[in-house]
Write a protein that binds this ligand. Sequence first.
Ligand SMILES: *[C@@H]1O[C@H](CO)[C@@H](O)[C@H](O)[C@H]1NC(C)=O
Ligand SMILES: *[C@@H]1O[C@H](CO)[C@@H](O)[C@H](O)[C@H]1NC(C)=O
Ligand SMILES: *[C@@H]1O[C@H](CO)[C@@H](O)[C@H](O)[C@H]1NC(C)=O
Ligand SMILES: *[C@@H]1O[C@H](CO)[C@@H](O)[C@H](O)[C@H]1NC(C)=O
Ligand SMILES: *[C@@H]1O[C@H](CO)[C@@H](O)[C@H](O)[C@H]1NC(C)=O
Ligand SMILES: *[C@@H]1O[C@H](CO)[C@@H](O)[C@H](O)[C@H]1NC(C)=O
Ligand SMILES: *[C@@H]1O[C@H](CO)[C@@H](O)[C@H](O)[C@H]1NC(C)=O
Ligand SMILES: *[C@@H]1O[C@H](CO)[C@@H](O)[C@H](O)[C@H]1NC(C)=O
Length: 818
Amino acid sequence: MGIPSFTVMLAYMLYSSSLAIELDSLHVSQSLSDGMTLVSQGGKFELGFFSPGNSSHKRYLGIWYKNIPIQTVVWVANRANPIIDFSGILTVNSTGNLLLTENGTEITFWSTISQKQAKNPVLKLLDSGNLVLRNEGESNPKAYLWQSFDYPSDTYLPTMKLGRDLRNGLDWRITCWKSPNDPSPGDFSLGLALSDYPVYYMMNGTQKVYRAGPWNGLYFSGFPDLSFTYVFEVTFVTNKDEISYSYNTKVDSIITRALISQTSQSLTQYIWDDDLQNWKSFGSKPVDVCDKYDLCGAFSYCSVAESKHVCQCFKGFSPKSPEAWNSNNSSQGCIRDKPLSCNNVTSTDGFVKYTGLKVPDTQHTKLHENINLDECRNLCLKNCSCMAYANSDIRGGGSGCAMWFGDLIDIKLFQSGGQDLYIRMPALESGLQHRNMKKVIIASTIAASSATLLLCVYVIYRLRRNNIEKSKIEGYMEGYVNDADLPLFDLLTITTATQKFSLNNKIGQGGFGPVYKGRLADGLEIAVKRLSHSSTQGMTEFITEVKLIAKLQHRNLVKLLGCCIQGEEILLVYEYVVNGSLDTFIFDQTKSKLLDWPQRLGIIFGLTRGLLYLHQDSRLRIIHRDLKASNVLLDDKLNPKISDFGTARTFGGDQTEGNTNRVVGTYGYMAPEYAIDGLYSIKSDVFSFGILMMEIICGTKNRALCHANQTLNLIGYAWRLWKEEKALELIDSTIKESCIISEVMRCIHVSLLCVQQYPEDRPTMASVLLMLASEMDLDEPKEPGFFPKWVSIEANSQPHQCEVSTNDELTVTSLDGR
Ligand SMILES: *[C@@H]1O[C@H](CO)[C@@H](O)[C@H](O)[C@H]1NC(C)=O
Ligand SMILES: *[C@@H]1O[C@H](CO)[C@@H](O)[C@H](O)[C@H]1NC(C)=O
Ligand SMILES: *[C@@H]1O[C@H](CO)[C@@H](O)[C@H](O)[C@H]1NC(C)=O
Ligand SMILES: *[C@@H]1O[C@H](CO)[C@@H](O)[C@H](O)[C@H]1NC(C)=O
Ligand SMILES: *[C@@H]1O[C@H](CO)[C@@H](O)[C@H](O)[C@H]1NC(C)=O
Ligand SMILES: *[C@@H]1O[C@H](CO)[C@@H](O)[C@H](O)[C@H]1NC(C)=O
Ligand SMILES: *[C@@H]1O[C@H](CO)[C@@H](O)[C@H](O)[C@H]1NC(C)=O
Ligand SMILES: *[C@@H]1O[C@H](CO)[C@@H](O)[C@H](O)[C@H]1NC(C)=O
């Protein structure tokens, strides 16, 4: 059996997107009547008339997703004013307003009021779901005559703003529907309350029910969910024009929305699950009893880790009404045991530091953005009614000063994450600073069961910030570099760079030939893959195909810098990735210690994004087909880069599955349907990814557990332990110290979902990313697909060996004549 040629392997079909032109605009002379719709240019959203739920006779003008089979309305114009028949008409009038009327009558059901000067106004539905009215040719959002994003319904979409437009007083607030059958505004809403330190509340009518807390530079004080930063990018703006919060997805293919609902009395985030063809919820606010606004009264905090009583007085305070407190009614809160000294000449007050908190309600808070924590303390000390202070921005070690006056209410103690707060105490009490701090920290770690947790959260959190900053999101989604041709290297250049392919420079042996390290004259380090000569397929095709690979640009993919074809030599020149391949770390007793859990998690996320890019976000849909630890390289910052596309296949547009009678892949990583029937799809890559993830967690090769009279490989072993609820035993002993159990368990769970026997049960990489980054509930995995041993026997015509192998060579199986 020969080595598979590149030409065969790289049978490309360019993904040609259809450019169907749909009507997305309405001009002054036109009208939209019931039955007609506008569709945004990219086909994501549709505007038209609909009837919600079972109220079939009531017609509303609204916007819903065009590309989702379940009608999901995201915006409604005439929320409280339905049209009772099918005679509704939407028109744009010449002075730049929208009118929703009934054909034949003068009744206006809904209209807009724009103060701006209209000149040839055009209504256009954008792919963001925003319906905008603007003057012809105008594209600056600031100059829009009107936009639906200024008047949200119950759905909070990516790029939409929540907050306040300070120029015109617009309150960007989402308000729930009364019921699934009635889009008119219900009781629950979420929006911003202006104050010196502005804060978002969920309201029930005029009653506060949940406080998200102020923005602290990184997150809302009330939800330190750090994990979402892998999927979402958030923006908080505060200036003289507006105070707003918005989010966007970093992965184009993710369809997500947040919904406030009367039934659930909460704000829930949903993601569209392509596999299930349904919405899946992955997070909801409020989360627990401690999110209930002002549950514990003044000077006490709420902690779900407290088994007896979720409300606890701060040290030096006692319940105001012990009877009520003991009968589980904390609403009266706590009072000081000893009065503050304040202006008393003999002693001064001090402060006790608490950590891990959601800061108190900020209705009576003063903000000084330009002073530091020491100055903040002094300023607070000078005013007798200042009860606490904290950094207003926690980025980069903290800056800014927030001071609280009067009662401190609605404080939550988190199990991990959270902020520091300094509470004013009389001199004696504040001397106890140290003991106090400890108490709180202990309280927060008991529930989390590991003393290293807080540290880890911090490390991961830093790691994540760095990742985000480095990538800056740019270049993340773009599939193509602007038609850049692949540079051709001169053979002499390469021979010189690699010292004539000297043995000293050989850094590896890939499936298609040896790999050498080299250094170009300008100092750039490269890795050169020297292909064997046996391929006799057309050179032109080969070059064309390699050029396509060169167009893949993602920071989790190894970059092809160029190639060299001269005489007998076929060389591929890659960027040199300093730390070599992942297998040399995780399967090595000494080097595996260099990768702690946060780093391994970072690698898992990087791989997820790299693979997601190949499968979905690049314009070529690519199936790698040989994902394994030795094909993952680590750069100087231990970012993973997927390499070796020698076996990759691409698909056109809607094709998702292919068939080959030449199975190329690696024993231990191949999905059963691929190994047996030659069927490959993105789901066979997902399988390999699942194996790889398990190996990263366990530090063991999938094949390595196999021994003579035991047929269990790593996945089989993992499955057995999972079933016996002993999955913790899988964790590599070198990361036991550094890991967060819940995170590892989640990874093991997702890994098992990836290696399920039937491809249709396995998640897509988009789902994997989301499952890893969120706290959504996961399905129970079904039995994994075990690698069928007989394939390997047949393929290699060797007696079946079931032993620890150090050789990870590519396995090529021909299914012909089986
Ligand atoms: C519509 O459904 C609601 C509850 O979902 C029910 O109360 C109401 O009676 C239904 N209306 C009609 C006309 O069926
Ligand atoms: C356009 O509609 C607005 C809102 O109903 C109205 O105030 C305005 O007079 C209309 N303009 C014309 C030219 O009819
Ligand atoms: C209004 O109704 C009349 C009569 O039913 C019909 O001819 C006309 O097309 C309708 N106008 C619009 C804009 O739908
Ligand atoms: C919302 O307010 C209504 C009326 O004030 C009340 O009956 C209901 O219990 C409140 N719900 C919540 C969750 O606070
Ligand atoms: C005490 O009150 C809290 C908050 O209302 C509640 O969640 C908890 O179940 C109550 N505990 C008992 C023992 O009643
Ligand atoms: C708790 O006590 C306050 C008065 O102190 C009362 O208004 C409130 O209804 C009580 N709450 C409960 C749940 O009993
Ligand atoms: C000053 O405050 C301290 C501590 O609260 C107290 O012990 C002392 O009696 C006070 N002195 C006067 C003069 O009020
Ligand atoms: C203390 O601060 C409060 C709130 O800012 C203010 O109203 C009060 O005048 C201040 N008191 C003094 C003595 O500065």
